[in-house]
Design a protein around this ligand. Structure first.
Ligand code: NDP
Length: 290
């Protein structure tokens, strides 16, 4: 039977650290501040943004939510970002995705100053991640790595399989595992023999977005399984990509959904925001040494 890696416990610990660091900065007269831009009325996006504002409040971080209309033009949105870039009171800027079709997402993301890019999505931060330089790590894969490390396992030398190659989860997760000296296989919808690849993995990260995708026969005995997926079943229940009941008896460690990676993503955002404020206070324009 696998041990459960509790996102609840780990995220609470990380948020407590963020709160402590935010308090230290406050003593120096710096009030850590995150600006979150949301465009339109997408209910899921609104819920995510509410969650972020709540996390900020818990950590003693100020948050401004800018609610902009669905009809906004790209240049108007870029103008808002420029204002936030210029505002020294704002340490972190986050644009909630997705954006409406008239707006090019990556152009908007890239308008955020790299030192305020607490999501770690700008091309500059991605490039730094690839070349092993200081950067802001994207929150979800960073949370996955924290969860792996919390088990005390040695990542170096292990065979890791990541399923999913999105820019926000799969690709950076693969890069971070590589930086931890794992041997990484990055799988996607064109991958052949996916089941066999997964079944040989010491570390399996599932970021597909399909309920029931990872079945018990895809788990190597003793593997550590990190389930990034957030899906809803027909009856509305929240679940991951992994069939938990099948994977849990075979894995050594496994993350639950809910109560797993999602909470870590939120906690890592708080950490990145505090770090951004600290770096800006020190006059540094970068994120964190990996
Ligand atoms: P995307 O839809 O951007 O990417 C999904 C990936 O899965 C793609 O690379 C796709 O391959 C791959 N894929 C789809 N079908 C298959 C298949 N049959 N076999 C192998 N690979 C397949 O999703 P995201 O990365 O944004 O999110 C993934 C999941 O993680 C979602 O459930 C999302 O809700 C969740 N999520 C959770 C977060 C959290 O905090 N816990 C944060 C962000 C996302 P291809 O590239 O070839 O199309």
């Amino acid at each position: 039977m696998a041990e459960i890696i509790s996102g609840k416990v780990l995220a609470a610990r990380i948020k407590a650290q963020a709160a402590q660091q935010a308090a230290k900065l406050r003593e120096k007269g710096i009030s850590v501040r995150l600006a979150v831009i949301i465009v339109g009325e997408n209910p899921a996006s609104k819920a995510y943004v509410r969650g972020k504002a709540k996390d900020c409040a818990e950590c003693g971080i100020l948050s401004d939510v800018l609610e902009l209309p669905q009809s906004i033009t790209e240049s108007e949105l870029l103008g808002k970002i420029e204002q936030l870039n210029q505002d020294d009171r704002v340490h972190g800027i986050l644009v909630q995705l997705p954006l409406p079709p008239q707006i090019r997402e990556q152009s908007v993301i890239n308008a955020i100053l790299p030192q305020k890019d607490v999501d770690g999505f700008t091309d500059i931060n991605t490039g730094r991640l690839i070349s092993g330089e200081e950067c802001f790590l994207p929150c979800t894969p960073a949370g996955c790595i924290e969860m792996l490390k919390s088990t005390g396992m040695q990542i170096a030398g292990k065979d890791a399989v990541v399923i999913g190659r999105s820019n926000i989860v799969g690709k950076p997760a693969a890069l971070m595992l590589c930086a931890e000296n794992a041997t990484v296989t990055l799988c996607h919808s064109h991958t052949e023999n996916l089941k066999e690849k997964c079944a040989a993995a010491d570390i399996l990260i599932a970021a597909v977005g399909k309920a029931g995708f990872v079945t018990g026969d895809m788990i190597k005995p003793g593997a550590v399984v990190i389930d990034v997926g957030i899906n809803r079943t027909a009856d509305g229940t929240l679940c991951g990509d992994v069939v938990f009941d099948e994977a849990e008896p075979k894995a050594s460690y496994i993350t639950p959904v809910p109560g797993g990676v999602g909470l870590m993503t939120r906690a890592m955002l708080m950490m990145n925001t505090v770090r951004a404020a600290r770096n800006q206070a020190q006059g540094r324009g970068d994120g964190e040494k990996r």
